[in-house]
Design a protein around this ligand. Structure first.
Ligand code: ARG
Length: 466
C-alpha cells in the first residue's frame, strides 16, 4: 500500500501527505467491502447525470462499461488497494480515470463522498437486514421442528433457577420462536428508515445542478429521498438502529445459550449436545464442552461493544459530516459478521440437540412443582386462594420433613390439613395433569402449545410466500 497516486483533492496542496497520516486516515482496508454498492450508486448517479444533460449518451455508455470492468477487476483481485487513495470511492474513481480518462472525471459532478458514502452504507445495511432476517427464519424453523418433536415432553420450568412448574419442551421452544419473531420485526421495521436515498445531498447543502434525486432513488430501489441534505450526510442513526437491533437479538441468543449450557451440565443432564458441536479439554479427558454456545454468549459482548462504539462515535459531532464517521464501518461490519455467524451457530446447536426426556420429566416432578396446581384445586373447592396457599405450604413442609414428593403422600396426610381434599387430588399432583390443566391461551397445555406451533408455522408460511 505504498505506491503514491494523485489524489482527487490534490489541487489545493503543494506538499505530500505524510506516509503515516496516509495510512492512519485510510479506510480502504475495510471499506473495500462496499465496492458493489459504490458501483451501483455510481451507475445510478451517471444515468441521472445523463438524463439532465450533464453526460452525453456516449459518455454514459463509456462510464457504464468501465464501471462494469472495474467491478470485474476488483472481483478478480486485480485492483491493488493503496492507502494513498484513501477509500473505496477514490479507488473506483481512480480506476475509472485510468480506463477512460477525461470522461470519468465528470462522474463526480454534483456528488460528494459525503453523500456517496451515506448511500453506500444504506444500500449495504438494507441488504444485511434481509440477510439477518433470512438467517433468523432458518433458526425459527429449527425451533418449530424441535417444538413438534417434543410437544409433549415435560421439563421443569424455572423461576430464580428453582423448579417452579412443569412445562413442555415444545412450550420453551415456542417462547424462543416468538422472541426471535420480535427481533425480526424490529429489523424489518427499521428497513423503511434505512431505505431512503441521501444521494444528491452533496457535501452538505445540496447541489447547484438540477439533480433528479427521485430518479436516482428509483434506480437504486430506494423508497424515497431524504428530506434535508445536512441531515442526509451527517446521520448514522440507521446504523445505531441496526446494531441496537442486533444487540437485542444477541441478548436472546445469549439467553438461549445459557439455558442450554445449564441443561447440558452433568447435574441437570436434560439435553445432549451432539459431538459435532462440542469440543474437548486439553487436560481433562472426560470433558465435552459446549464451547459453541459459550462463544455465542461471549460474542454478545462484542456486539454490545459495537453499540457503545457507534453511539460514542456519533455523540457530540458538530454538523455535518466529520471524518469520525469513517469509524462507523468497522463497528457495523464487525456487528454484521458476528451476528450472522452467531445465528448460524445457534442453529447448528439446536439442530443437534437431543432432549433426555426421562431425566427432564423426572426433574419436573422434583421441587414440589405441582404445588400451585394443588392450591388451584383447593380454590375450585371454594377455598380462597390465600388460604389455599397457606394449606399447601403446610403440606409441602410436611412432605419435606418426610422426604417425599406430594403425590407420594397418603390421602390421610392431605385430609389432616383440609377435609375438602379427596382422592381426585392425585390427578392434579402429577405433572401431566398439571400441564393439561392449564386453560389460558399462550399457556403450556398440549393444546395451547399446538396452537402456538400452528401460529408459528403460519408466520413462516406467510414469509415464504413473499
Ligand atoms: N472514507 C470516508 C468515510 O468512510 C468517505 C467520506 C470522506 N469524506 C470526506 N469529506 N473526507 O466516511
Amino acid at each position: 500500500m505504498t505506491k503514491n497516486t494523485k489524489k482527487p483533492w490534490q489541487g489545493r496542496f503543494s506538499g505530500e501527505t505524510d506516509k503515516f497520516v496516509e495510512s492512519f486516515t485510510s479506510s480502504i482496508a475495510f471499506d473495500n467491502r462496499l465496492y458493489e454498492y459504490d458501483i451501483q450508486g455510481s451507475v445510478a448517479h451517471s444515468k441521472m447525470l445523463n438524463s439532465i444533460g450533464i453526460l452525453s449518451d456516449i459518455e454514459l455508455k463509456e462510464i457504464l462499461t468501465a464501471l462494469e470492468k472495474v467491478k470485474e477487476k476488483i472481483e478478480s483481485g486485480k485492483v491493488s488497494w493503496r492507502d494513498s487513495l484513501e477509500d473505496i470511492h477514490m479507488h473506483i474513481e481512480h480506476e475509472l480515470i485510468e480506463m477512460i480518462g477525461d470522461t470519468a472525471k465528470k462522474i463526480h459532478t454534483g456528488r460528494s463522498r459525503n453523500d456517496q458514502v451515506a448511500t453506500d452504507i444504506r444500500l449495504y445495511v438494507r441488504n444485511e437486514i434481509i440477510n439477518v432476517h433470512e438467517n433468523i427464519v432458518v433458526l425459527q424453523k429449527t425451533l418449530i421442528k424441535l417444538a413438534e418433536k417434543y410437544s409433549k415432553s415435560i421439563i421443569p420450568g424455572f423461576t430464580h433457577l428453582q423448579v417452579a412448574q412443569p412445562v413442555t419442551f415444545g412450550f420453551i421452544m415456542m417462547a424462543w420462536f416468538f422472541m426471535l419473531e420480535r427481533d425480526k420485526s424490529r429489523f424489518i421495521d427499521s428497513y423503511k428508515r434505512v431505505n431512503i436515498s441521501p444521494l444528491g445531498a452533496g457535501a452538505l447543502s445540496g447541489s447547484s445542478h438540477k439533480l433528479d434525486r427521485e430518479y436516482v432513488a428509483k434506480l437504486l430501489d430506494f423508497d424515497g429521498i431524504t428530506s434535508n441534505s445536512l441531515d442526509s450526510v451527517s446521520d448514522r442513526d440507521f446504523i445505531i438502529e441496526f446494531i441496537s437491533n442486533s444487540s437485542l437479538l444477541m441478548s436472546h441468543l445469549s439467553r438461549f445459550s445459557e439455558e442450554i449450557i445449564i441443561w447440558a451440565s452433568t447435574m441437570y443432564n436434560f439435553v445432549d449436545l451432539d459431538d459435532k458441536v462440542c469440543t474437548g479439554s486439553s487436560i481433562m479427558p472426560q470433558k465435552k464442552n459446549p464451547d459453541v454456545l459459550e462463544l455465542i454468549r461471549g460474542k454478545t459482548g462484542t456486539v454490545y461493544g459495537q453499540l457503545m462504539n457507534i453511539l460514542t462515535i456519533m455523540k457530540a459531532q458538530p454538523f455535518a459530516y466529520n471524518r469520525d464517521n469513517q469509524e462507523d464501518k468497522p463497528a457495523l461490519f464487525n456487528c454484521v459478521d458476528t451476528v450472522m455467524i452467531s445465528v448460524q451457530a445457534m442453529n447448528i446447536c439446536l439442530e443437534n440437540l437431543k432432549l433426555n426426556e426421562k431425566v427432564a420429566k423426572f426433574s419436573a416432578k422434583k421441587g414440589y412443582s405441582t404445588a400451585t396446581d394443588f392450591a388451584d384445586y383447593l380454590v375450585k373447592k371454594e377455598i380462597p386462594f390465600r388460604d389455599a396457599h397457606e394449606i399447601v405450604g403446610k403440606v409441602v413442609a410436611h412432605a419435606v420433613s418426610k422426604k417425599q414428593d406430594l403425590d407420594e403422600l397418603s390421602i390421610e396426610d392431605f385430609k389432616s390439613v383440609s377435609s375438602v381434599i379427596e382422592e381426585d387430588i392425585f390427578d392434579f399432583l402429577n405433572i401431566e395433569g398439571s400441564v393439561r390443566s392449564k386453560k389460558t391461551s399462550g399457556g403450556t397445555s398440549y393444546e395451547e402449545v399446538n396452537k402456538q406451533i400452528e401460529k408459528a408455522k403460519n408466520i413462516i408460511k406467510e414469509y415464504e410466500k413473499n
